[in-house]
Design a protein around this ligand. Structure first.
Ligand SMILES: [Zn+2]
Length: 379
């Protein structure tokens, strides 16, 4: 054997060890406490390999023993699970607010606040965001060493490396950079597009769903296309901009400058403008059959079902409706399913349509999950 071969072998065996360790960790991440024997069996690994890796992961405080399983004769097996006590912060930056969340390693939402804090492209603004994050972390009493980082979701189209903003009209941040936030936030920062972040949150820990289209009905309409668990970004990071599909030829003028965009007909604002900006109040009055809410809703639905049917025709996968307006649609899902099925050329029902599971802060949670995902992938 030549020296070079030896080195390759050593690199390979290190790689294999890393792959095994990562597979064991990911396996534990998705499950209830389990024994070493069961891990070995499920992953088709030898008992010594699993035992060695478990020891390593335990030394790094990444997994914990939660007790012993009932014995089936012989020694009782230890119950092992992953240690969820690492944390990530997520920010949802909008035109007028900052939403902040704290999640643990499992993706569980532990704490959230939403503050009115209008976006201004200035040093004072970014310093203010840094202060909000600091206050939030202080209140949560989490040790800073256990915080993986801060994910920041923006209503903007990012560059391919996610370091800068290529396009933004909802907030005045075109050409902006992650560095502007980093200057005042003493943790690693990652930028995300807002709708993509929310889509990621919806699919987190949903092992059975590979492909989904997420339609975000916020004060601007956006979306996310997830194929094989990965976001399809498109050639210019502009995929899923469902808000700017033309739905009415020469229709009303959109903020983008074009006419007849989905955004003009399906943004949450169309509804909440009738109730001083409160979407909760809109749905409360709608339930009472109040006017003009009832008329607005009927008109809103007539456009929304066209959009949803078009998405189904394009992608042939589940469609999740979310955002401020989508979060209130559980009560109307059967009506919506019926309406979309009437438009469908192939299907007799609308079972593919779902309402988002995160009613609150999906975008900020998804932004925070970027850090969790990086952490898990690099174990
Ligand atoms: Zn538009």
């Amino acid at each position: 054997m030549k020296v070079g071969d030896k080195m390759i072998n050593r690199v390979n065996s290190m790689e294999v060890r890393k792959i095994n360790r990562n597979a064991i960790y990911k396996f534990l991440y998705k499950r209830d406490p389990i024994s070493i024997q069961e891990i070995a069996q499920s992953l088709n690994m030898s008992l010594p390999t699993v035992t060695q890796n478990i020891k390593e992961l335990q030394e790094r405080d990444l997994i914990i023993e939660t007790g012993l399983f009932e014995s089936t004769g012989g020694r009782k097996a230890k119950a092992i699970t992953f240690n969820s006590q690492k944390y990530a912060i997520g920010l949802d930056i909008t035109r007028n607010h900052v939403g902040i969340v704290l999640i643990d390693l499992s993706g569980k939402l532990l704490k959230n606040v939403r503050k009115q804090y209008p976006f201004v492209n200035s040093k004072e603004y970014f310093q203010g965001v840094g202060n909000l994050v600091k206050e939030f972390i202080d209140e949560s009493t989490i040790e800073s060493s256990k915080i993986l980082g801060v994910g920041i979701a923006l209503p903007a189209i990012l560059s391919a490396d996610k370091q800068t903003v290529n396009y933004a009209t909802v907030i005045d941040f075109q050409g902006g950079s992650v560095k502007e936030f980093c200057e005042f936030i003493p943790y690693p920062c990652i930028l995300s597009n807002d709708a993509n972040a929310a889509g990621v949150a919806e699919l987190w820990n949903e092992d059975d769903i590979q492909n989904v289209v997420y339609l975000s009905l916020n004060n601007s309409v956006g979306g996310s296309i997830i194929i094989g668990k990965n976001i399809f970004s498109g050639q210019n990071q502009r995929s899923g901009e469902f808000g700017h599909m033309t739905i009415v030829q020469d229709g009303r003028t959109c903020y983008c400058g074009q006419k007849g965009c989905v955004d003009v007909y399906c943004s949450a604002k169309i509804l909440s403008d009738s109730t001083n900006g409160s979407i909760a109040e809109f749905f409360r009055l709608l339930k009472l059959n109040n006017e003009p809410q009832k008329t607005l809703w009927d008109e809103y639905l007539s456009h929304l079902v066209v959009v949803i049917n078009n998405l189904r025709m394009l992608y042939d996968c589940n469609v999740i409706i979310g955002g401020y307006a989508g979060a209130y649609m559980d009560e109307y899902i059967e009506e919506l399913r019926e309406l979309v099925s009437k438009r469908n050329s192939f299907e007799v029902d609308g079972k593919y349509l779902h309402v988002c599971k995160y009613k609150l802060e999906a975008t900020a949670v998804g932004a925070a999950l970027q850090h969790v995902e990086n952490f898990i992938n690099n174990i």
